[in-house]
Design a protein around this ligand. Sequence first.
Ligand code: PLP
Length: 232
Amino acid sequence: MADLSTIENALQHVKARIHQACLAAERSSESVRLLAVSKTMAADKVIEAYQAGQREFGENYVQEGVEKVEQLTHLSDIVWHFIGPIQSNKTKVVAENFSWVQSLDRIKVARRLNEQRPLTKVPLNVLIQLNIDDEESKSGIQLEQLTEFAEQVNSFPQLKFRGLMAIPKATSTERAQQQSFQALNFAFNDMKRRFPSVDTLSLGMSNDLATAIAHGSTMVRIGTSIFGKRQA
Ligand SMILES: *Cc1c(COP(=O)(O)O)cnc(C)c1O
């Protein structure tokens, strides 16, 4: 077993898994980015991962995320991604503090992020979240709504439409899981053809990283395998 007792070792191990999955899928390792999901983890854990070379971090909760962004402004090359549900009364702090929003699923929120993104900053990178397995408990739009929604998102000047994000169901059968991943891959390729700014499929977490990479993921979002189990 690899020694996973430090965040640095755990990061190395995750990178090795990404590398293996890329080899198996005959893809280059550079085609998959690693997002470290630091939700519920204290800022010193983020610093530890930063010192091991990690630069992209994902947060799910607005208040917690903004606090960490503010605590760590001295690490000025960190790229912060917001990956949790957004209420429309929280859009301003998200537009001001994050570089990416991966969980866009309402036009009202897109409009507010566009209006509230400071003009002194580059446009906010956004991914549209798809609810690929039609789960009531999950955020995201339905596949059938995607084209129209994407056209609207793409029209906002302070947003840059970069692609899709999804959280496929963990408990379904392997066959059903493959179908969901395949549908996402298809939708991503369709978006790439229609919108030149699209280059990102955010798919894959600690448990389904390899399947996601086999189905074209360009960004895996990893929490547990880097930082260990979350308390909450
Ligand atoms: C928590 C979370 C992750 C990370 O999940 P792990 O299983 O801990 O790797 C990835 N994406 C989203 C949207 C999350 O909320």
